[in-house]
Write a protein that binds this ligand. Sequence first.
Ligand code: ARG
Ligand code: ZN
Length: 851
Amino acid sequence: APTRREDYRPPEWLVPSIDLDFDLGAERTLVRSRLTVERNGAEGAPLRLDGENLTLLDVRVNGAPADYALDGDMLIVEGVNSGDSVETTVAIQPAANTQLMGLYASGGILCTQCEAEGFRRITFFPDRPDVLSRYTVRMSADKALYPVLLANGDPVGSGDLEGGRHYAEWNDPYPKPCYLFALVAGDLQANRDRFVTQSGRTVDLGIWVRPEDLPKTHHAMAALKASMAWDEKVYGREYDLDVFNIVAVSDFNFGAMENKGLNIFNSRYILADPDTATDADYDAVAGVVAHEYFHNWSGNRVTCRDWFQLSLKEGFTVFRDQQFSADQGSAAVKRIEDVRALRAIQFPEDAGPLAHPIRPESYIEISNFYTATIYDKGAEIIRMMHTMLGGEGFRRGTDLYFERHDGEAATCEDFVKAMEDANGVDLSRFRLWYAQAGTPRITASLRHDDAAGRAHLTLEQAVPPTPGQDSKQPMPVPLKVALFGDLTGEKYADRLIVLEGVAQEVIFDGIGERPILSINRDFSAPVIVEADRSAGDLAFLSANDDNPFARYEAMQQLMLDTLLGAIRNGAADSGPVTEAVRRTLSDPNLDPAFIAEAVLMPSEAFIGDQMEMVDPNAIHIAREALRADLGADLERLWRDLYAATTANRFEYSPAAKGARRLRTVALSYLMAGGAEDAAALARQQFDAADNMTDRQGALGVLVNSDAPEREAALAAFYDRYRGNALVIDKWFSVQALSTRPDTGAVVKALADHPDFTLSNPNRLRALIGGFAANQCALHVADGSGYRFLADMILAVDKLNPQTAARLVPPLGRWRRFDADRADKMKAELSRILAADDLSKDVFEQVSKSLG
Ligand code: ARG
Ligand code: ZN
């Protein structure tokens, strides 16, 4: 039965403190836990503790054997009073834990993942985020296997024991919910550094990795220190413990985890050096390090009352990490990347069977709600408040929020209330953004009255129906708008319009020439805008708008209109796109990183999202044809840019990154345009590269081609990086993302490669996740792609349900395809649903996808 938001009740028992004692071993770990409990609700209610997969050995109350029963997974202890001490002893098996939730083993390291409901797989406890406790932890383990023992908070004791064992004790003074608990035991070494906070306290920093990975931790350390300083400067938030540790592990279900004082990371978001990490990887490392660090305030000091409030900490923290990254480099390029990701994942989610508001009403399995909607749309909703209140007003709101709720488990409502109270504004209608799913559609039409020198902008909004929400109310939509004169290019108006109702007319006076509309500048609202602008107007904006995001957007819209026209009519006039791209490429004032983003074509999947019925082959053909035209017509320019962006020696700077980005884009257009030497250039780039960005860029271009250099480059790449798991992931994913017609067969063969494994989430995402996101490859007409994906989902579900469930959404797009494909997709979803022992993770995603 689903859990419902309206059913929230405060906990019947609180647990002010917990003492944990771990006798660690990979095969078997003993966990003794002593809770001090306090009654919070009705007299007489027994103490109920969550548990999962635990072997219960003993239960005591105040030292005496207790009166208890097991109700399913729940432990029920009778006769407990406020102030009592409740002790349990359980045994668990970390090495057998393939779900990677709770305590598990990753490459000889023992580590934990508790969010959302993993702590119950470690010990019996009220596993809900509104029960906050002070933790002390004692661990003992074999000293040779596990020389390093870490937990939350500050270290308070350690020493040797008999039989080659040792112990460590940790104490976390800040009450926290159990999802923030963590421990790590392993053969690790630390990159150590220090940070002095604004009030002068010294914090010892440690990034713990396998000894051989130590040289790859410097970028993460620099990002950590930058994040600590940034949160002080921008939000006034200071770190609060004497130590801050990060551990990198190879087997991890998602990016990273913000456990108090002991963040645990997927190693792909820590390890980086020029030879193995791309510039995008470097950016992702910094972004995730910042994200987890920022959770210390937005998530840990102020946590969530229940899991329906997840976006309270995630949406806000994503917004904070986006701001941080924007401040580190090009804000415009960062915004473009974030919007591209939102449109690639969140928009389809919002338009499909799994659509949910950022504050959902119900769930079967909360792990399924760590979505682009909760995270990324959640961040957009925070951003809209920032836009409407201004930077200072927003800061007044966050100050009040942190002050009011420090040490508490709060709600999304608390956040909005703090924004209102700190600024004296009314956000009643804005709250609808938390409650309504679906991406609003805004129709904008501009009319010019020449004689009166007046422009009329008519805005209308419609929020589409989504599962369980048939009719919607209009929401306040903040739209940054500007008008440009057609003749003079002059900017006439630049304002923030908040569309409040279903429709609104806005008047601009003093407009003496035909105005061109620039709207949703900076992507000020997470909406789809239909503005019906001519190719000429879009070309004008792509060359002249002073808002870089709007400039990018105009080019994308121009490309999209051209591509959709080509798909409809069988052929397109690529002239306007070519001219717009030519102007962008030749503009000496533009940042190369921006140019690279602007001239990139919309993805096949994104083009599909704009169509009533997705035709994957027609999309592919039209897109490749336009790429070929651009490549050939602008060959001289691509060549010049390619030559101009060739660097002698690797440097990690925004300028050098931008040059590398543009270089590979130029290479890919040369290849698309059929330049005779393109494959040779790619192979040369591949061989000469002193960094992964250039090497992987060249490989990506070759992998889409039929050139003989293709196989050789793949083999050379594999040989060079054999044994480096993170780079071999790239080798798998670059093949899974290939646009070649044989990709399905290649992926199936790679699934039998000795380096492929279902048990490592990174490897799985690289090959199967890549394939599932590859529209052309997944949707081959014979349905073999669907069958393969469904087989993988079923196989992974036996090991790791959370990761299996993440592979389901591409099959849920069946409503958007022709009847033949739709039937085949539904048949595979039904086959999954019929399987024995399906996890509730996969059950929820598949049953909702079938509708
Ligand atoms: N809180 C973590 C983060 O945002 C992610 C935890 C994901 N948990 C899950 N069950 N999917 O950084
Ligand atoms: Zn987070």
